[in-house]
Design a protein around this ligand. Structure first.
Ligand code: BG6
Length: 482
C-alpha cells in the first residue's frame, strides 16, 4: 500500500529567471538575475553569487555586449511553455511550481500600473496548467528582484520596498483568483542572511555595513511576507500560502558536545527565518547574534503585530544535501547549495560536490514537523548532473533515478512515521539555467533541453529515462519506485 496520501501533490519546480528567457520582451523590466554573467569553469565552492555586487558592476552588465548572461535567455520557456506543460502533463504532474517575474508585472518594481502583457502571459500559463488538471504553485519572489529598485533604494534595505511588494502580490491575487490555490512568498528566504544581492537586491556601495543591511532587508521581507499572507487570506479564502526555506541540515561532526553545540547554532542560523514566519515573532536566540554583530533592526510601530497576524499555512523548503557542523574549522571542504561544508565520509557527492543524503531528508522532515506541527512541502530536491545524449537521442540518467528513488523512499517512511507532507516538486523538472553557476551543463530535469552553456542549441526537449520512471512513480502514487 502506498504511504502517500491520495491528494499528494506530485510535480516539479522551476523559477522564471532560469526558465522563461524573453529578456525585456513585452515590457519586462530588468531583474537582478539579468546581471548574472556566465563564467567558464565557475568555482563550485565560492560561487560568485556570494561576492558583493555594486552599482558599477550592474551598470557594466547593463551595457555589456560581449558577455553571456544565461538567465536572460533561460530555456526560452516564454515561447515554449505549452510544450513544456504538455510534457509535465504526460508525466502526470498534479502540481507545477513556478515563479512570477516581478519585473515582468512591474518593470521598475513600483510602476503606477502593472504591465498587461506580463499579466496576460501568466494567465495563459495558468490556463494551460489547469487544462491538464495541474495546480499551479506560485512563488511570488524567486531571485528576480526588479533591478530598478536596487539602483533607486537599495532593494530590500528600504522600507518602501515592502509597499511595492505587497502591492505587486495583491495585483497577483486579484488577477489569478480562481486559478492559483497555492502560493509561496519568498524563495529560500534565508539566503538574504548569506548574500545581499541575489534575493535582496542589495548593492555594496550603497551601504556601510552589509551585514546590517542584510538583516534589515530580512526584516522587511518578513513584514512584506506577513502582510502578503494576511492579504491572501482575506482575498483568497480558499488558497493556502507558505514560507520557503533552503533547509541546511547540519550534523555534529563528532559526539564532542562542542560539535553538537555547533549543530544547534547552525539550526538557529537556518531556522531563524521559518521561526519568524511560522511562529510570528523573533526568536530570543537572535538577540545575542545581533548584539555580537552590532546589528540593530529598525522596526516600525505595529511590526510585531503584523508578524503575529501573518503566519503561514504551511512550510515549504528545498533540500539537496546535508552538511557538517564542527568546532574544528580545518578539514577537507566540499561545495553545497550556497554554503559549503566539511566532507562527510559516509556520503557520496554529486559532480558539483553536493553531498547526497536521502536519510538526511527524513531527519529534516521529522525535525521540522516536530518543531512547527504544520504541513510540510518539499518544493525543491534533485541531482544536478552532466547528462549525455546517445546517438539515438536517449538520455540514460540512472544516477538521477537512484537519487530521487532514495529520497522518495525516505519521504514515504517519514509519512508512515507521522509527518504531514503535502507534496513533492523536484527542482528543475526540465533542464534550466543553474542559479548558482549560470551553467546549462548542470542539469536536474526529467526532460533534456538541447542548449549549451552559451545558449547554442535547438532547444528541443527530449524525454530522459527518468521521465518514464517518474511517470510511473506518480501513476502508482509512489508505490512503484523500481
Ligand atoms: C535553489 C534555488 O537554491 O537551488 C534554485 O531555489 C536553484 O533557484 C536550485 O536552481 C539548485 O541550485 P543550482 O545552483 O544548482 O541551480
Amino acid at each position: 500500500m502506498s504511504k502517500f496520501p491520495k491528494n499528494f501533490l506530485w510535480g516539479g519546480a522551476v523559477a522564471a529567471n532560469q526558465w522563461e528567457g524573453a529578456f525585456l520582451e513585452d515590457g519586462k523590466g530588468w531583474s537582478t538575475a539579468d546581471t548574472a554573467l556566465f563564467e567558464e569553469n565557475p568555482d563550485k565552492v565560492n560561487i560568485s553569487l556570494l561576492q558583493p555586487m555594486t552599482t558599477e558592476k550592474v551598470e557594466f552588465a547593463m551595457k555589456d555586449t560581449e558577455g553571456i548572461y544565461p538567465k536572460r535567455f533561460g530555456i526560452d520557456a516564454y515561447h515554449h511553455y505549452k510544450e513544456d506543460i504538455a510534457l509535465f502533463a504526460e508525466m502526470g504532474f498534479k502540481t507545477f511550481r513556478l515563479s512570477i517575474s516581478w519585473p515582468r508585472i512591474f518593470p521598475n518594481g513600483d510602476d503606477r500600473e502593472p504591465n498587461e502583457a506580463g499579466l496576460a502571459f501568466y494567465d495563459s500559463l495558468f490556463d494551460e496548467c489547469l487544462k491538464y488538471g495541474i495546480e499551479p504553485l506560485v512563488t511570488i519572489s524567486h531571485y528576480e528582484f526588479p533591478l530598478a529598485l536596487s539602483l533607486k533604494q537599495n532593494g530590500w534595505e528600504s522600507r518602501e520596498t515592502v509597499d511595492a511588494f505587497v502591492r505587486y502580490a495583491k495585483v497577483l491575487f486579484k488577477r489569478y483568483q480562481g486559478k492559483v490555490k497555492y502560493w509561496l512568498t519568498f524563495n529560500e528566504i534565508n539566503i538574504i542572511g548569506m548574500t545581499g544581492y541575489l534575493s535582496g537586491g542589495l548593492l555594496a556601495d550603497k551601504t556601510d555595513n552589509m551585514l546590517q543591511a542584510q538583516y534589515q532587508a530580512a526584516h522587511h521581507q518578513f513584514i512584506a511576507s506577513a502582510l502578503t499572507v494576511k492579504a491572501c487570506h482575506e482575498m483568497l479564502p480558499d488558497a493556502q500560502i507558505g514560507c520557503m526555506l533552503a533547509r541546511q541540515e547540519a550534523y555534529p561532526e563528532t559526539s564532542n558536545p562542542l560539535d553538537v553545540m555547533e549543530s544547534v547554532e547552525a539550526d538557529h542560523t537556518n531556522l531563524f527565518y521559518s521561526d519568524v514566519q511560522i511562529r510570528g515573532y523573533y526568536p530570543r536566540y537572535m538577540e545575542k547574534f545581533f548584539r555580537d554583530h552590532q546589528i540593530e533592526i529598525k522596526k516600525e510601530a505595529g511590526d510585531d503585530e503584523i508578524l503575529r497576524q501573518g503566519v503561514v499555512d504551511f512550510m515549504s523548503f528545498s533540500y539537496y544535501m546535508s552538511s557538517i557542523a564542527s568546532h574544528e574549522k580545518s578539514g577537507e571542504e566540499t561545495a553545497g547549495n550556497l554554503l559549503g561544508s566539511k566532507k562527510n565520509p559516509y556520503l557520496a557527492a554529486s559532480d558539483w560536490g553536493w553531498q547526497i543524503d536521502p536519510v538526511g531528508l527524513r531527519i529534516t522532515l521529522h525535525k521540522l514537523y516536530d518543531r512547527y506541527q504544520i504541513p510540510l512541502f518539499i518544493v525543491e530536491n534533485g541531482l544536478g548532473a552532466k547528462d549525455v545524449v546517445t546517438e539515438d537521442g536517449k538520455i540514460h540518467d540512472d544516477y538521477r533515478i537512484d537519487y530521487l528513488r532514495d529520497h522518495i523512499n525516505e519521504m514515504a517512511k517519514a509519512i508512515d512515521e507521522g509527518v504531514e507532507l503535502m507534496g513533492y516538486t523536484p527542482w528543475g523538472c526540465i533542464d534550466l539555467i543553474s542559479a548558482s553557476t549560470s551553467e546549462m551543463a548542470k542539469r536536474y530535469g526529467f526532460i533534456y533541453v538541447d542548449q549549451d552553456d552559451k545558449g547554442n542549441g535547438s532547444l528541443d526537449r527530449l524525454r530522459k529515462d527518468s521521465f518514464y520512471w517518474y511517470k510511473e512513480v506518480i501513476a502508482t502514487s509512489g508505490e512503484n519506485l523500481a
